[in-house]
Design a binder for this molecule. Structure first.
Ligand code: COA
Length: 169
């Protein structure tokens, strides 16, 4: 397989928007945003997400033979007392592409770029209860749990606990 891991740019807007929709439709228990909310978002807002403050805010994509098969994003907090921190979001690999090292490659690229952000000292993420593959990946990268939020997410009538993890870099 021809795997390319690279930063997504404005030119990737359409593929990014569709992959994000797929993630939210297929894995509603993994993400805070709903598919309905994403469907209401404009292509302009997706472009903005990929291009605003590119030093502190970026999304890596995994392209398999040219097609976007996975993604992982990062943003840095903007207020002065929190600029030493950032958050990883939107980690997703297409179901038929999983188990081949793509998720690990995406996180490796993301963490390498985060480490190159001057002044960023720690990064957090949230994983919902039951997402064992994602959790195992984060633990293997050194993320530690700092909090458990009972019922932190409500999907339909189901309450899911959120696990908050962080990595000092
Ligand atoms: C989490 C996810 C991105 C992993 O992507 P992937 O390409 O399959 O991951 P990789 O093949 O690179 O595997 C990386 C690690 O994940 C863990 N992992 C992957 N599949 C696993 C499984 N079925 N069971 C348990 N752990 C698993 C392992 O620790 C693995 O490391 P190893 O290969 O050294 O054993 C993917 O499963 C996914 O998109 N899941 C649904 C969305 C989601 O939960 N996103 C996270 C939101 S916080």
């Amino acid at each position: 397989m021809g795997l390319e891991i690279r930063l997504l740019t404005a030119r990737d807007t359409e593929a990014y928007w569709h992959l994000r929709l797929e993630a939210l439709e297929r894995e509603p228990k993994s993400f805070g945003e709903s598919a309905g909310e994403h469907r209401l978002s404009t292509p302009e807002s997706a472009t903005e997400r990929l291009t605003t403050n590119p030093e502190d805010n970026f999304v890596f994509g995994a392209l398999l033979d040219g097609d976007l098969a996975g993604m992982a994003g990062f943003f840095r907090y903007t207020i002065a007392k929190e600029r030493h921190k950032g958050k990883i979001w939107g980690v997703y690999v297409r179901e038929d592409c999983r188990g081949k090292g793509i998720g690990r490659a995406l996180l490796a690229a993301l963490l390498e770029k985060i480490k190159a952000c001057p002044g960023v000292e720690q990064v957090s993420l949230t994983v919902a209860a039951g997402q064992s593959a994602a959790r195992a990946l984060y633990v293997s990268l050194g993320f530690k749990t700092y909090g458990l939020e009972p019922g932190g997410m409500k999907v339909g009538d189901e309450y899911l606990d959120n696990e908050h993890m962080m990595l000092k870099i």
